[in-house]
Design a protein around this ligand. Structure first.
Ligand SMILES: [Zn+2]
Length: 277
């Protein structure tokens, strides 16, 4: 089990008792190569170490063979073409995922820097998501259009899937906190969820898992350089956020009656137990 507690200082309130995560097959959805490790690396490392099968599904992992000139972000990260960015970024991600203990799956779609056809994205995501008994998707602050797009596509198919939990996205969540004093637990749900059914919690991974996250984070050299100078600045800010906020943040919800009915209708042997957190 992974332990989750309520946001800062609220843990003495009995309403916020420790919650457990009984998933066996967890799929975390990363719009870009780095989102899962940046946002949830310690929690995912902990999950892997207690025997949960963790898959990191990256949607916009880029086309390895593209000779298109680099768009603004890839140029900033020092790449000579879209294909060169995809190749090195996947190598960075493979190394980081190995440290965390999760299996990467990369879909070769281009992110919003490039014009591209997204009509086949769901068809490729679906078989991966169907294997999960818990799915983690971007949920706060949803500033990046690719994150919003991916989370919306998954929500459109919510009834066909295992329970979905949201995660606070880095480095956006730390920017929201440092620059605007915005925290997820004080905001109305930004996506797909009725008010009141969502509760944000923070995970409490071991120090070892937290250190593994930070080692993995350093594997994304091209992105750390493009995100901030010096490149250690972003890992330090994320660490400060986690220290100040007490960990990485996830939001679970109570299933609606319709969702409960569809969960109960599933073959529990083939799909694993429905997750209630
Ligand atoms: Zn992203």
């Amino acid at each position: 089990v992974i332990r989750f507690v309520a946001p800062r200082r609220a843990w003495r309130n009995p309403r916020y008792e420790t919650r457990l995560l009984p998933a066996k097959k967890l799929v975390v959805v990363s719009p870009h190569l780095d989102d899962a490790v940046l946002s949830l690396g310690a929690t995912l490392s902990e999950a892997s170490r207690i025997g949960i099968e963790v898959t990191n599904l990256t949607v916009f992992a880029g086309d390895l063979d593209s000779t298109a000139p680099p768009a603004h972000w890839d140029r900033k990260a020092g790449f000579s073409s879209a294909g060169a960015a995809a190749r090195l970024r996947r190598r960075e991600d493979a190394a980081a995922c190995a440290l965390i203990g999760m299996a990467p799956i990369w879909l070769s779609f281009a992110d919003s820097q490039y014009a591209s056809d997204r009509s086949g994205v769901w068809q490729q995501m679906e078989p991966v998501l169907q294997r999960a008994d818990l799915i983690l998707i971007p949920g706060f602050p949803l500033w990046h259009e690719d994150h919003v797009w991916v989370s919306n596509v998954i929500y459109e198919h919510e009834q066909e899937l295992a329970p979905i939990a949201l995660y606070a996205e880095q480095p956006y969540a730390e920017l929201a906190w440092f620059a605007h004093q915005r925290v997820p637990e004080r905001e109305a749900p930004l996506i797909g969820l009725e008010d009141g059914s969502l509760s944000w919690v923070r995970s409490r991974p071991s120090a070892g898992s937290w250190l593994r996250k930070n080692r993995a984070l350093l594997r994304y050299g091209s992105q750390l350089r493009a995100l901030a100078r010096p490149s250690i600045r972003l890992p330090l800010r994320t660490a400060l956020y986690e220290l100040g906020r007490g960990g990485e943040y996830l939001a679970f919800r109570e299933p609606s009656s319709a969702a409960t009915a569809s969960l109960q209708g599933r073959d529990s042997n083939a799909r694993g137990r429905p997750v209630r957190v």
